[in-house]
Design a protein around this ligand. Structure first.
Ligand SMILES: [Zn+2]
Length: 414
């Protein structure tokens, strides 16, 4: 029987049993009674293929009807110092621009959300999110603010009620003073970090009119680095177009979507400038890392980044929350290497993150680590007929050739 240990902010452990045996003999899995094509358009050609709608998955409709919150303009000035209510996650790294779904039912997280809802402008609906694997957060650690955009309050008669929240990553911050490990305070002192767009270097610099060689200027020009990173990522994952925009936006897009583990994502968040972030991403891509996705524990190849599938408007990666409140960080592939993944239990559409798709637990065929899920279409019209949502935290993406791991060299080990 597959048994998944799930973590929640503040490491309140819960467990979820899938109640299905690995041979699929359990009858507890079942298809939902939802009409098969309910999610497909009623008008038009009934045989027309309907592609997976990335904008729909990004709405997190499985959370139910969440209402828009009246929030502040969340942009705080660079260097602004304030106290914000904090959530820590053991394996979630929130970046500016990402969507963070939450299902809050423990008392501390509940209070953090309530404090944010009740805060005056400009802090209304604003929380601070920090990646912390050992519950220790050091002074100077970098996190990201998140704006609570939608909320559904599920009052089931006991306290705390369940809060379903959709938040959006906004601005990096630095922890000014971390509380002692046993401290219970909700608010921490933080300082907002600068993420100012980088000006383009003068054109003359790039054609050798200065004392520096063009390649040296290129290494400092965030706009040129962003163009190169976009091109290299397009070679690795040709079906997924990198967001266009300034170097700040491109750097964060790549940091949000590269198939690297949480420690590497945290280091990309911590990069002091867009130029540093793009250089780290480029070193990773140039080393060939990211082309092959391996099981984190046994290093067997699971799939290739070229099979990446855009599952939300944000790209091939996205965060989804399960009924136990655990936030999973997924990267999607159209297919995996033959024989690399085993499936446990039968497909079910219960609480599926993707409308029209049933999920089945997917484990590494070599070491049985839980890798994620296979999603299979319930309608012949829905395309693709199946895909995999793999947990980024359980993958590694070492370079193909032993020519030095770019991210490791820069202290950003995958
Ligand atoms: Zn494995």
């Amino acid at each position: 029987m597959a048994h998944l240990i799930v973590y929640f902010p503040e490491e309140e452990r819960e467990s979820i049993e899938d109640e299905g045996s690995s041979d699929g003999s359990s009858g507890s899995f079942h298809f939902s009674t939802t009409p098969e094509d309910e999610f497909l358009p009623e008008d038009g050609d009934e045989r027309a293929v309907v592609p997976l709608d990335p904008s729909l998955a990004g709405l997190h409709t499985y959370l139910g009807d969440c209402e828009d919150l009246a929030h502040s303009d969340a942009t705080l000035e660079d260097g602004h110092i304030c106290k914000l209510p904090v959530l820590t996650f053991p394996d979630v790294v929130v970046m500016p621009g990402c969507t963070l779904p939450l299902l809050v039912s423990n008392s501390r997280a509940h209070w953090v959300v309530e404090q944010a809802l009740a805060a005056p402008a400009p802090y209304k609906c604003l929380i601070a999110v920090i990646f912390s694997q050992q519950r220790r957060v050091a002074r100077g650690q970098i996190g990201c603010t998140a704006l609570l955009r939608k909320l559904h309050r599920e009052d089931n008669g006991i306290w705390p009620s369940t809060l379903k929240v959709i938040a959006e990553g906004c601005q990096r911050f630095e922890v000014l003073e971390a509380p002692r490990p046993q401290a219970t305070q909700l608010h921490w002192d933080v300082r907002i970090c600068s993420d100012a767009p980088t000006p383009r270097l003068p054109r003359e610099a790039g054609i050798g009119a200065a004392h520096w060689a063009p390649w040296a200027w290129h290494a400092c020009d965030a706009w040129a680095l962003a163009d190169t990173a976009r091109r290299l990522f397009a070679e690795v994952a040709p079906e997924v177009a990198v967001l266009r925009g300034d170097p700040v936006a491109v750097g964060y897009w790549l940091a949000r979507n590269l198939p690297v583990g949480p420690a590497a994502r945290q280091r990309l968040l911590e990069a002091a400038t867009p130029t540093h972030r793009l250089r780290a991403v480029l070193a990773h891509l140039r080393a060939g890392a990211g082309e092959r996705l391996l099981c984190r524990d046994c290093q067997h190849e699971i799939g290739r980044a070229k099979d990446s599938l855009r599952i939300t408007d944000e790209g091939p990666a996205g965060m989804f929350v399960n009924q136990g409140g655990y936030v999973h960080d997924l990267v999607a592939l159209r297919g995996v290497r033959s024989g690399s993944v085993g499936l446990q239990g039968r497909p079910t559409t219960d609480c599926s993150w993707f409308r029209g798709y049933a999920w089945t637990i997917a484990v590494c065929a070599h070491c049985s680590m839980h890798l994620g899920w296979q999603f299979t279409s319930r309608s012949a019209r829905l395309s693709p007929p199946s895909f995999y949502g793999l947990r980024r935290n359980n993958l590694s993406s070492r370079p193909v050739a032993a020519q030095g791991n770019g991210l490791s060299d820069m202290g950003i080990a995958a």
